[in-house]
Design a protein around this ligand. Structure first.
Ligand code: BJW
Length: 239
């Protein structure tokens, strides 16, 4: 009889990129210890002071372009290459380290640092250069309407129809490096579990969502995830 390999959905957060030298949001040296969330990561802040918000994300872009993937990103790529079933990545991260690690099937639900969206026509501009209040949309040619393609508080997430299907169809749900305080991503584990998935949490510590995970793997993801993938693939091969 043909063997069935359950789909795997992996939710990643800032913690997976911490060992690439990128700050998380809510850690002791987190991004938001130095600036107020309300000043940069809300749609109101953007409309109030677009120059400030563009400057903030242009600066972040110049850092993220230099970042390189770590063993946790590479372990996911290995899993995608060697596991016979589907492995999908749902990331809250705006960095592109999953892409740099060679992964595929990546859904950036909170946007991407290297993109801007035109608020006039919806065109997505891909650029690692600065985007400002002067930038002209290459599609509708309207100036001053480009917003970083980052999902701010109060905005809808991207790819949610697809993500909803992935969560309901996966047999294994893995969360890596997310505090589980930002919704709706914080609720993904519940959706997956209610639909029958086995659930795993990789984090430095147990999160407020810990109740919904069948297994916690505590420690730095750059160490714990490659070990898990190695053991998991061996188990698949040996039946
Ligand atoms: C390691 C590690 C290592 C470290 N190894 N681990 C329901 C209830 C309550 C509120 C809401 C709700 N539904 C919606 C809301 C409102 C709001 C929300 O969630 N508020 C809460 C904060 C209270 N959500 C929204 O507004 C969302 N939109 C939405 O729901 O639309 C529909 C709607 C609209 C209007 C009204 C109602 C509904 C949008 C959320 C957008 C989030 N955007 C941000 C900012 C992007 C800007 C930027 O990049 O600068 O995305 S918020 C920020 O948090 C960022 C992240 O993606 C996100 C999650 O953070 P993450 O990744 O979890 O990072 P940390 O720092 O929190 O945690 C890191 C973890 O890693 C820690 O646990 C460490 O231990 C661990 N770690 N090193 C393993 N080496």
């Amino acid at each position: 009889m043909e063997r069935i390999y359950p789909d795997i959905a992996i939710l990643t957060g800032a913690g997976i990129s911490a060992e690439s030298g990128l700050a998380t949001f809510r850690g002791s040296d987190g991004l938001w210890n130095n600036c107020r969330v309300e000043d940069v990561a809300t749609i109101e802040a953007f409309h109030r002071n677009p120059e400030f918000v563009h400057d903030f994300y242009n600066e972040m872009k110049s850092e993220l372009i230099k970042a390189t993937p770590n063993p946790a990103h590479l372990a996911i790529t290995r899993l995608q290459k060697e596991y016979p079933g589907q492995v999908n990545i749902i990331t809250q991260n705006v960095d592109t380290l999953h892409e740099k690690a060679g992964s595929q099937n990546i859904y950036h639900i909170h946007g991407q640092i290297n993109q801007a969206v035109c608020l006039n026509c919806g065109h997505i501009l891909e650029s690692w250069g600065d985007v400002t209040t002067e930038t002209v949309c290459p599609h509708c040619e309207t100036p001053g309407m480009m917003k970083p393609n980052i999902v701010f508080f109060g905005e809808n997430l991207l790819y949610m129809d697809k993500v909803d299907r992935l969560l309901k169809n996966c047999g294994i749900f893995i969360s890596v490096g997310t505090s589980g305080v930002v919704w709706p991503a914080a609720g993904f584990v519940q959706i997956a579990r209610l639909n029958g998935a086995e659930t795993f949490e990789f984090n430095l510590e147990q999160t407020s969502n810990n109740f919904y995970f069948d297994r916690h793997i505590t420690g730095p993801a750059g160490t714990t995830l490659p070990r898990f993938v190695e053991e998991f693939l061996n188990k698949q091969k040996n039946g």
